[in-house]
Design a binder for this molecule. Structure first.
Ligand code: PRP
Ligand code: MG
Length: 170
């Protein structure tokens, strides 16, 4: 099954000149999505993770079914103000302005092997921030797993962990 056949590209979204790769069509196709999750599981298994982490929001769509498939727990990294209890916060700079992500303080056991999942690797800024947050709570980040990589943006070069993606666009 070719996953690219199920990903729709939409020009000029969210801004003129941007080609948006839309995974809605993949998610809506039961057979193709099951196949994709199987391929993700094959990619992630060799890292022997203790837990999978997903980055809000589209990273949840990848990490949650993958964790179930692999028989692992799933932990959320969320945007500011969404998680209850003791929270660890990480602020990071964007091209214009800054952003904040959070994780629950007790979500990761110190030394746990973590694979971080997101739908898309673009500039890499989101994943760099997630990895920094995870390291601050004692995680050993063993890989970053994506569905899609926009290789021409060279985001992988910013990441100091193994990077995997199911499909790549040049
Ligand atoms: C998108 C995408 C990745 C991130 C990739 O998320 O889901 O998380 O951007 O970009 P980067 O590599 O340049 O950081 P977005 O912030 O649009 O929000 P969403 O997941 O909530 O839709
Ligand atoms: Mg996202």
């Amino acid at each position: 099954m070719n996953i690219k056949d199920h990903i729709r590209s939409i020009p000029d979204f969210p801004k003129p000149g941007i080609l948006f790769y839309d995974i809605s069509t993949l998610l809506a196709h039961a057979e193709a999505w099951k196949d994709a999750v199987g391929q993700l599981a094959d990619a992630v298994k060799p890292y022997k993770p203790d837990v999978l982490v997903g980055i809000e929001s589209r990273g949840f769509l990848v990490a949650a079914p993958l964790a179930l498939t692999l028989g692992l727990g799933f932990v959320m990294i969320r945007k500011r103000g969404k998680l209850p209890g003791d929270i660890i916060t990480h602020n990071y700079d964007l091209e214009y302005g800054s952003d904040t992500i959070e994780i629950q303080a007790d979500a990761i056991k110190p030394g746990a092997r973590v694979v971080v999942c997101d739908d898309l690797l673009a500039t890499g800024g989101t994943m760099v921030a997630a990895i920094n947050l995870l390291r601050s709570v004692g995680a050993e980040v063993v890989a970053a797993q994506f569905l899609i990589e926009l290789a021409f943006l060279k985001g992988a070069e910013k990441l100091d962990v193994p990077v995997n993606s199911l499909v790549s666009y040049e």
